[in-house]
Write a protein that binds this ligand. Structure first.
Ligand code: HEC
Length: 172
């Protein structure tokens, strides 16, 4: 009986040892196969990394650079058009007049009509739409040159209209 147990134990330990060996081999095989597998990049992590290591001030060079610079300029122009109108984009004709038009129109400098009702009456007689058009596109009259948009090309049509309306009311 005792001998029997001994034999069983011996064989059983052999089986255990063999299974242990198989386990070690499988682990090593797994490690080996895993090390040969190409690392798959995670697109989200890559995008985050690219964003983190992106240069602060982009430098455009060469031909592709020129295209990138043009694209950046177009984007900037669009941003300016969206919210970059001068004087905070105000449509208050008085503010625009004070900051821009008055340089000539408050005194009549450079041939601008004098700031009087008498000087403005013949202008107003041309009709508001004509005055708007001349203020937006610029106008060369007998007395001088009215620069387009008062010389500030970034002024929107609405802003020029507001300042013309203000001036016409002021001097009529
Ligand atoms: C650099 C000087 C200057 C500035 C700045 C200026 N103007 Fe003038 N403007 C003139 C002169 C000069 C004339 C007269 C041109 C003429 O009839 O010979 C004129 C004429 C006008 C007229 C009359 C046009 C017509 O058909 O008779 C209007 C309207 C006008 N300006 C609006 C404006 C507005 C609005 C602004 C500001 C956004 C402005 N101007 C800024 C010089 C200026």
């Amino acid at each position: 009986m005792r001998h029997h147990d001994l034999v069983f134990l011996k064989r059983f330990s052999l089986v255990i040892a063999a299974l242990f060996g198989v386990m070690v081999v499988l682990i090593l095989l797994g490690l080996f196969l895993n090390s040969r597998k190409p690392i798959e990049p995670n697109p989200i992590a890559e995008a985050r990394t690219a964003e983190r290591i992106r240069p602060l001030g982009a430098v455009y060079a060469g031909e592709t650079g020129a295209a990138a610079a043009a694209a950046a300029a177009a984007a900037a122009a669009q941003a300016a058009a969206a919210g970059g109108a001068p004087y905070g984009g105000t449509l208050d004709g008085a503010v625009i007049y004070q900051n821009l038009c008055s340089a000539c129109h408050a005194t009549g400098a450079g041939g601008a009509p004098a700031p009087t009702a008498a000087a403005w009456a013949p202008r107003i007689a041309k009709g508001l739409e004509t005055l708007m058009k001349h203020a937006i596109e610029g106008y060369q009259g007998e007395s001088g040159i009215m620069p387009a948009r008062g010389g500030n090309a970034r002024l929107t049509d609405e802003q020029v209209r507001a300042s013309v309306e203000y001036m016409v009311k002021k001097y009529q």
